[in-house]
Write a protein that binds this ligand. Structure first.
Ligand code: FES
Ligand code: FES
Length: 183
C-alpha cells in the first residue's frame, strides 16, 4: 500500500515573517536618491536604502573625521549633530535625513580657526590616540546647549555615551568645564 506523505505548509505566522523579510531586503544593486545637507552643503547621493548616515558621510562624502568604532551605538565615536542635537550616525539611516541639517567635526572648525571646544581639548590634553576625539568634541559642543548640571559628575554623566579607550576622561571633562566657564 502506498504511504502518503503529509505536506506541511508554512504556518501563517511563518509566512508573514518570510514576506516581511522579502520586503526588507532590497535586491542587489538597488539604490535610492538621498539628499543630505552636511555642513551647509547640499549633496544628492544614490544609496542602498540600508546605508547608515555614518557610511554615507565616510564612504560617499569622504568626511572621514567622523569615526566608526563599534558600529552598534555603543562607543560614540560616530557622533554628529542632526538639527543641533547629537546623534550616533551608525544607528541612523541616511535616507531618513532629507531636509535635516547635519554637522560633522569638519563643520565646526578648521585648523586655523578652531571651535573653542577643539581649542580646549588641545589646551587640556583631552586626547591621546585621538580616535574618539571627534565624537567627544561633537558631544561636548552639543552638551553646551543641554540642561546639564554644573559639576564634573554631571558632565561625566552627560558624556557617558562617548567612550575613550585611552582613558583621557579627566582631561576631557576639564576641557568641557573650561569652555562652559567661558560662556
Ligand atoms: S560607531 Fe557609532 S556608536 Fe560606536
Ligand atoms: S583618545 Fe584614544 S580612544 Fe580616546
Amino acid at each position: 500500500m502506498m504511504q502518503q506523505t503529509a505536506s506541511h505548509p508554512a504556518a501563517p505566522q511563518q509566512q508573514d515573517r518570510d514576506a516581511a523579510r522579502t520586503v526588507r531586503q532590497p535586491s542587489a544593486g538597488m539604490t535610492m536618491p538621498v539628499e543630505l545637507t552636511v555642513n551647509g552643503n547640499l549633496y544628492t547621493l544614490s544609496l542602498d536604502p540600508r546605508t547608515t548616515l555614518l557610511d554615507a558621510l565616510r564612504e560617499h562624502l569622504h568626511l572621514t573625521g567622523t569615526k566608526k568604532g563599534c558600529d552598534h551605538g555603543q562607543c560614540g565615536a560616530c557622533t554628529v549633530h542632526v538639527n543641533g542635537r547629537r546623534v550616533n550616525a551608525c544607528l541612523s539611516l541616511a535616507g531618513a535625513h532629507s531636509g535635516d541639517e547635519i554637522t560633522t567635526i569638519e563643520g565646526i572648525g578648521q585648523p586655523d580657526a578652531l571651535h573653542p571646544m577643539q581649542a580646549a581639548f588641545v589646551e587640556c590634553d583631552g586626547y591621546q590616540c585621538g580616535y574618539c576625539t571627534s565624537g567627544q568634541i561633537m558631544s561636548a559642543v552639543a552638551l553646551l546647549g543641554e540642561a546639564v548640571g554644573p559639576g564634573d559628575a554631571e558632565v561625566r554623566e552627560a558624556m557617558s555615551g562617548n567612550l575613550c579607550r585611552c582613558g583621557a576622561y579627566q582631561n576631557i571633562v576639564a576641557a568641557i568645564q573650561f569652555v562652559r566657564g567661558q560662556s
